[in-house]
Write a protein that binds this ligand. Structure first.
Ligand SMILES: Nc1ncnc2c1ncn2[C@@H]1O[C@H](COP(=O)(O)OP(=O)(O)OP(=O)(O)O)[C@@H](O)[C@H]1O
Ligand SMILES: [Mg+2]
Length: 302
Protein backbone atom coordinates (compact mmCIF):
# COMPACT_ATOMS: atom_id res chain seq x y z
CA UNK A 1 0.00 0.00 0.00
CA UNK A 2 1.20 3.49 -0.86
CA UNK A 3 -0.34 6.22 1.27
CA UNK A 4 -0.72 9.76 -0.04
CA UNK A 5 -1.06 12.49 2.56
CA UNK A 6 -3.28 15.02 0.84
CA UNK A 7 -6.86 15.27 -0.32
CA UNK A 8 -9.25 14.86 -3.21
CA UNK A 9 -9.15 18.63 -3.74
CA UNK A 10 -5.38 18.81 -4.20
CA UNK A 11 -3.94 18.42 -7.71
CA UNK A 12 -0.69 16.61 -6.92
CA UNK A 13 -2.37 14.14 -4.54
CA UNK A 14 -4.88 13.25 -7.27
CA UNK A 15 -2.23 13.03 -9.99
CA UNK A 16 -0.09 10.64 -7.93
CA UNK A 17 -3.15 8.65 -6.82
CA UNK A 18 -4.26 8.09 -10.43
CA UNK A 19 -0.75 7.29 -11.67
CA UNK A 20 0.03 4.77 -8.90
CA UNK A 21 -3.36 3.13 -9.33
CA UNK A 22 -2.89 2.86 -13.10
CA UNK A 23 0.30 0.91 -12.39
CA UNK A 24 -1.87 -1.66 -10.60
CA UNK A 25 -0.61 -0.69 -7.16
CA UNK A 26 -2.62 -0.31 -3.93
CA UNK A 27 -2.87 3.34 -3.00
CA UNK A 28 -5.03 5.41 -0.65
CA UNK A 29 -5.45 9.05 0.29
CA UNK A 30 -5.02 10.05 3.90
CA UNK A 31 -6.88 13.31 4.46
CA UNK A 32 -6.10 13.97 8.12
CA UNK A 33 -9.22 16.15 8.53
CA UNK A 34 -11.25 12.96 8.36
CA UNK A 35 -9.80 11.54 11.59
CA UNK A 36 -11.50 10.02 13.56
CA UNK A 37 -14.80 10.09 11.59
CA UNK A 38 -13.63 8.17 8.51
CA UNK A 39 -10.18 7.10 9.59
CA UNK A 40 -9.30 4.73 12.41
CA UNK A 41 -5.82 4.08 13.74
CA UNK A 42 -4.86 1.43 16.29
CA UNK A 43 -1.20 1.56 17.15
CA UNK A 44 1.02 -0.25 19.60
CA UNK A 45 4.27 1.74 19.77
CA UNK A 46 5.88 -0.99 21.91
CA UNK A 47 5.12 -3.78 19.40
CA UNK A 48 5.48 -1.42 16.44
CA UNK A 49 2.20 -2.73 15.08
CA UNK A 50 -0.40 -0.46 13.53
CA UNK A 51 -3.80 -1.00 11.91
CA UNK A 52 -5.32 1.62 9.65
CA UNK A 53 -8.77 1.96 8.19
CA UNK A 54 -9.15 4.80 5.72
CA UNK A 55 -12.58 4.84 4.09
CA UNK A 56 -12.96 1.31 2.63
CA UNK A 57 -9.23 0.48 2.84
CA UNK A 58 -7.90 -1.57 5.75
CA UNK A 59 -4.20 -2.28 6.08
CA UNK A 60 -1.43 -2.72 8.62
CA UNK A 61 1.62 -0.55 9.21
CA UNK A 62 3.74 -3.33 7.69
CA UNK A 63 1.63 -3.16 4.51
CA UNK A 64 2.73 0.43 3.93
CA UNK A 65 5.52 0.53 1.36
CA UNK A 66 5.80 4.27 1.07
CA UNK A 67 4.14 7.51 2.05
CA UNK A 68 3.97 10.44 -0.36
CA UNK A 69 3.62 13.60 1.69
CA UNK A 70 1.95 16.30 -0.30
CA UNK A 71 -0.35 18.31 1.99
CA UNK A 72 -1.07 17.73 5.65
CA UNK A 73 -4.19 19.49 6.88
CA UNK A 74 -3.66 18.66 10.54
CA UNK A 75 -6.58 17.67 12.72
CA UNK A 76 -9.43 20.18 12.83
CA UNK A 77 -10.52 21.59 16.15
CA UNK A 78 -14.04 20.30 16.70
CA UNK A 79 -16.69 21.37 19.19
CA UNK A 80 -17.43 17.91 20.57
CA UNK A 81 -18.71 19.38 23.81
CA UNK A 82 -20.79 22.50 23.33
CA UNK A 83 -20.30 23.70 26.87
CA UNK A 84 -16.67 22.99 27.68
CA UNK A 85 -13.84 24.48 25.59
CA UNK A 86 -11.22 22.87 27.84
CA UNK A 87 -12.61 19.44 26.93
CA UNK A 88 -12.56 20.33 23.23
CA UNK A 89 -8.93 21.42 23.49
CA UNK A 90 -7.96 18.17 25.18
CA UNK A 91 -9.75 16.13 22.48
CA UNK A 92 -7.99 18.15 19.79
CA UNK A 93 -4.60 17.61 21.44
CA UNK A 94 -5.16 13.88 21.90
CA UNK A 95 -6.16 13.36 18.26
CA UNK A 96 -3.28 15.49 17.01
CA UNK A 97 -0.76 13.70 19.20
CA UNK A 98 -1.78 10.25 17.94
CA UNK A 99 -1.72 11.30 14.28
CA UNK A 100 1.63 13.10 14.42
CA UNK A 101 3.26 10.38 16.55
CA UNK A 102 2.26 7.57 14.23
CA UNK A 103 3.46 9.61 11.22
CA UNK A 104 6.79 10.23 12.98
CA UNK A 105 7.18 6.46 13.45
CA UNK A 106 6.82 6.03 9.66
CA UNK A 107 9.70 8.42 8.93
CA UNK A 108 11.81 5.88 7.03
CA UNK A 109 9.01 5.23 4.52
CA UNK A 110 7.95 8.84 4.07
CA UNK A 111 8.76 11.11 1.11
CA UNK A 112 9.16 13.34 3.01
CA UNK A 113 8.77 12.72 6.71
CA UNK A 114 6.76 14.83 9.13
CA UNK A 115 10.08 15.56 10.87
CA UNK A 116 11.51 17.10 7.66
CA UNK A 117 8.29 19.01 6.97
CA UNK A 118 8.31 20.46 10.49
CA UNK A 119 11.96 21.45 10.18
CA UNK A 120 11.05 23.33 7.00
CA UNK A 121 8.58 25.38 9.05
CA UNK A 122 11.63 26.79 10.80
CA UNK A 123 13.02 28.35 7.62
CA UNK A 124 15.21 30.82 9.44
CA UNK A 125 16.85 27.94 11.32
CA UNK A 126 17.40 26.15 8.00
CA UNK A 127 19.19 29.26 6.70
CA UNK A 128 21.36 29.14 9.82
CA UNK A 129 22.17 25.45 9.17
CA UNK A 130 23.12 26.17 5.54
CA UNK A 131 25.36 29.08 6.51
CA UNK A 132 27.00 27.00 9.24
CA UNK A 133 27.72 24.28 6.67
CA UNK A 134 29.32 26.60 4.13
CA UNK A 135 26.46 26.57 1.63
CA UNK A 136 26.24 29.96 -0.09
CA UNK A 137 22.87 31.62 0.64
CA UNK A 138 21.93 35.31 0.37
CA UNK A 139 23.06 37.52 3.26
CA UNK A 140 19.99 37.59 5.49
CA UNK A 141 18.56 39.68 8.33
CA UNK A 142 15.32 38.95 10.18
CA UNK A 143 14.13 41.89 12.20
CA UNK A 144 11.18 43.90 13.41
CA UNK A 145 13.26 46.99 14.04
CA UNK A 146 12.84 49.91 11.59
CA UNK A 147 16.46 50.95 12.31
CA UNK A 148 17.82 47.51 11.39
CA UNK A 149 15.66 47.51 8.25
CA UNK A 150 17.11 50.87 7.17
CA UNK A 151 20.68 49.79 8.02
CA UNK A 152 20.41 46.54 6.05
CA UNK A 153 18.98 48.34 3.01
CA UNK A 154 21.80 50.91 3.18
CA UNK A 155 24.41 48.16 3.41
CA UNK A 156 23.20 46.62 0.14
CA UNK A 157 22.44 49.92 -1.53
CA UNK A 158 18.70 49.13 -1.43
CA UNK A 159 19.36 46.07 -3.55
CA UNK A 160 17.28 44.07 -1.10
CA UNK A 161 14.27 41.75 -1.18
CA UNK A 162 11.80 41.05 1.59
CA UNK A 163 9.74 37.91 2.18
CA UNK A 164 7.96 36.24 5.09
CA UNK A 165 10.07 34.50 7.72
CA UNK A 166 7.90 31.40 7.42
CA UNK A 167 7.06 31.70 3.69
CA UNK A 168 3.69 31.70 1.97
CA UNK A 169 3.85 35.05 0.13
CA UNK A 170 5.75 36.28 -2.90
CA UNK A 171 9.24 37.74 -2.59
CA UNK A 172 9.31 41.49 -3.34
CA UNK A 173 12.08 43.98 -3.95
CA UNK A 174 12.35 46.78 -1.42
CA UNK A 175 11.25 50.09 -2.95
CA UNK A 176 11.00 53.73 -1.88
CA UNK A 177 7.44 53.16 -0.60
CA UNK A 178 8.72 50.74 2.02
CA UNK A 179 10.42 53.58 3.87
CA UNK A 180 7.24 55.50 4.73
CA UNK A 181 6.55 55.98 8.44
CA UNK A 182 3.39 53.86 8.19
CA UNK A 183 5.26 50.91 6.61
CA UNK A 184 8.17 51.17 9.02
CA UNK A 185 5.79 51.22 12.00
CA UNK A 186 4.13 47.99 10.78
CA UNK A 187 7.48 46.33 11.31
CA UNK A 188 7.18 46.82 15.04
CA UNK A 189 4.38 44.25 15.09
CA UNK A 190 5.85 41.48 12.98
CA UNK A 191 9.34 40.44 11.90
CA UNK A 192 10.34 40.43 8.27
CA UNK A 193 13.04 38.55 6.39
CA UNK A 194 15.42 40.73 4.38
CA UNK A 195 17.99 39.40 1.95
CA UNK A 196 20.49 40.83 -0.45
CA UNK A 197 18.89 40.65 -3.91
CA UNK A 198 20.63 37.97 -5.94
CA UNK A 199 20.73 39.10 -9.56
CA UNK A 200 20.35 36.25 -12.03
CA UNK A 201 18.12 33.38 -13.16
CA UNK A 202 16.30 30.79 -11.10
CA UNK A 203 17.20 27.14 -11.18
CA UNK A 204 14.82 24.55 -9.76
CA UNK A 205 16.47 21.23 -8.99
CA UNK A 206 14.60 18.06 -8.14
CA UNK A 207 17.15 16.08 -6.18
CA UNK A 208 16.83 12.60 -4.66
CA UNK A 209 19.09 11.36 -1.86
CA UNK A 210 20.04 8.38 -4.04
CA UNK A 211 21.68 10.83 -6.45
CA UNK A 212 19.14 11.50 -9.22
CA UNK A 213 19.29 15.23 -10.04
CA UNK A 214 16.87 16.97 -12.41
CA UNK A 215 17.74 20.68 -12.85
CA UNK A 216 16.12 23.28 -15.07
CA UNK A 217 16.51 27.00 -15.58
CA UNK A 218 13.40 29.15 -15.13
CA UNK A 219 13.66 32.41 -17.04
CA UNK A 220 11.11 34.45 -15.07
CA UNK A 221 10.39 38.13 -15.60
CA UNK A 222 9.31 38.61 -11.95
CA UNK A 223 11.54 38.69 -8.85
CA UNK A 224 9.77 35.61 -7.47
CA UNK A 225 9.72 33.07 -10.30
CA UNK A 226 6.32 31.72 -9.18
CA UNK A 227 4.64 34.98 -10.20
CA UNK A 228 5.56 34.47 -13.87
CA UNK A 229 3.47 31.45 -14.86
CA UNK A 230 4.59 31.68 -18.50
CA UNK A 231 8.32 31.60 -17.64
CA UNK A 232 10.36 29.41 -19.99
CA UNK A 233 11.71 26.26 -18.29
CA UNK A 234 14.77 24.59 -19.82
CA UNK A 235 16.90 21.69 -18.57
CA UNK A 236 20.47 22.65 -17.61
CA UNK A 237 23.59 20.85 -16.47
CA UNK A 238 24.92 21.76 -13.05
CA UNK A 239 28.57 21.71 -11.96
CA UNK A 240 29.47 18.68 -9.79
CA UNK A 241 30.02 20.88 -6.73
CA UNK A 242 26.45 22.24 -6.95
CA UNK A 243 25.05 18.69 -7.28
CA UNK A 244 27.11 17.66 -4.24
CA UNK A 245 25.75 20.65 -2.30
CA UNK A 246 22.18 19.64 -3.22
CA UNK A 247 22.76 16.17 -1.72
CA UNK A 248 24.46 17.76 1.30
CA UNK A 249 21.35 19.93 1.85
CA UNK A 250 19.07 16.87 1.67
CA UNK A 251 21.16 15.19 4.36
CA UNK A 252 21.27 18.31 6.55
CA UNK A 253 17.47 18.67 6.44
CA UNK A 254 16.57 14.96 6.61
CA UNK A 255 14.98 15.10 3.13
CA UNK A 256 14.74 12.07 0.83
CA UNK A 257 14.02 14.33 -2.11
CA UNK A 258 13.38 18.01 -2.59
CA UNK A 259 12.63 20.81 -5.01
CA UNK A 260 15.63 23.02 -4.36
CA UNK A 261 15.66 26.66 -5.50
CA UNK A 262 18.92 28.26 -6.58
CA UNK A 263 19.81 31.58 -8.21
CA UNK A 264 22.61 31.63 -10.77
CA UNK A 265 24.29 35.03 -10.99
CA UNK A 266 25.74 36.55 -14.21
CA UNK A 267 29.19 35.91 -12.65
CA UNK A 268 28.42 32.18 -12.47
CA UNK A 269 27.85 31.93 -8.72
CA UNK A 270 25.18 29.50 -7.49
CA UNK A 271 23.28 30.85 -4.48
CA UNK A 272 20.89 28.53 -2.63
CA UNK A 273 17.47 29.93 -1.75
CA UNK A 274 15.36 27.10 -0.36
CA UNK A 275 14.77 23.33 -0.22
CA UNK A 276 11.06 22.44 -0.38
CA UNK A 277 9.96 19.17 1.26
CA UNK A 278 6.71 18.68 -0.75
CA UNK A 279 7.31 20.49 -4.04
CA UNK A 280 4.89 20.76 -6.94
CA UNK A 281 6.26 19.11 -10.07
CA UNK A 282 3.50 18.43 -12.62
CA UNK A 283 4.11 21.48 -14.82
CA UNK A 284 7.90 21.18 -14.50
CA UNK A 285 7.76 17.48 -15.42
CA UNK A 286 5.49 18.10 -18.42
CA UNK A 287 7.75 20.83 -19.82
CA UNK A 288 11.15 19.22 -19.18
CA UNK A 289 10.24 15.56 -19.62
CA UNK A 290 12.23 14.77 -16.47
CA UNK A 291 10.86 11.55 -14.87
CA UNK A 292 10.15 13.11 -11.48
CA UNK A 293 6.92 11.30 -10.60
CA UNK A 294 8.29 7.99 -11.96
CA UNK A 295 11.41 8.35 -9.80
CA UNK A 296 9.32 9.24 -6.76
CA UNK A 297 6.95 6.32 -7.31
CA UNK A 298 9.86 3.90 -7.74
CA UNK A 299 11.11 4.98 -4.29
CA UNK A 300 7.65 4.69 -2.74
CA UNK A 301 7.33 1.13 -4.04
CA UNK A 302 10.75 0.06 -2.84
N1 LIG B 1 17.50 36.86 -2.08
C1 LIG B 1 16.85 36.69 -3.21
N2 LIG B 1 17.28 37.28 -4.34
C2 LIG B 1 16.61 37.13 -5.51
N3 LIG B 1 15.49 36.39 -5.63
C3 LIG B 1 15.00 35.77 -4.54
C4 LIG B 1 15.65 35.89 -3.27
N4 LIG B 1 14.94 35.19 -2.37
C5 LIG B 1 13.89 34.65 -3.03
N5 LIG B 1 13.92 34.98 -4.35
C6 LIG B 1 12.95 34.59 -5.38
O1 LIG B 1 11.71 34.26 -4.77
C7 LIG B 1 11.44 32.85 -4.86
C8 LIG B 1 10.80 32.36 -3.59
O2 LIG B 1 11.74 32.47 -2.53
P1 LIG B 1 11.62 31.58 -1.22
O3 LIG B 1 11.35 30.17 -1.59
O4 LIG B 1 12.74 31.85 -0.33
O5 LIG B 1 10.30 32.23 -0.62
P2 LIG B 1 9.32 31.66 0.42
O6 LIG B 1 8.57 32.81 0.96
O7 LIG B 1 10.06 30.80 1.33
O8 LIG B 1 8.37 30.78 -0.41
P3 LIG B 1 7.42 29.54 -0.01
O9 LIG B 1 6.04 30.07 -0.24
O10 LIG B 1 7.87 28.49 -0.99
O11 LIG B 1 7.62 29.10 1.36
C9 LIG B 1 12.80 32.24 -5.19
O12 LIG B 1 12.72 31.00 -5.78
C10 LIG B 1 13.40 33.32 -6.09
O13 LIG B 1 12.79 33.30 -7.36
MG1 LIG C 1 9.90 28.81 -1.54
Amino acid sequence: MIVIIGSKEETHSLYMYAKIRSMGHRVCLLDSRKYPKNISIDWSPTENKAKFKIGDDSFSGDDIEGIYWRWYYGIPYEKVSNSDDAVNSIIYRERTCLMSSVLCSLESKSYNSIQAVELHQKKAYQSFLLAQNNIRIPKTMITNSPEEFIDFCKKFNKNVIYKPVRGGAYTKKVSGEDFTLEKLQRLEKVPIQLQEFIQGVDIRVFAFESGEIFPAKIAAKSVDFREDTSAKIEPVILPDKVCEDCIKILKLFGLKYSGIDIRLTPEGEYVFIEANPAPMFIHFENVTGFPISDTLISKLKA
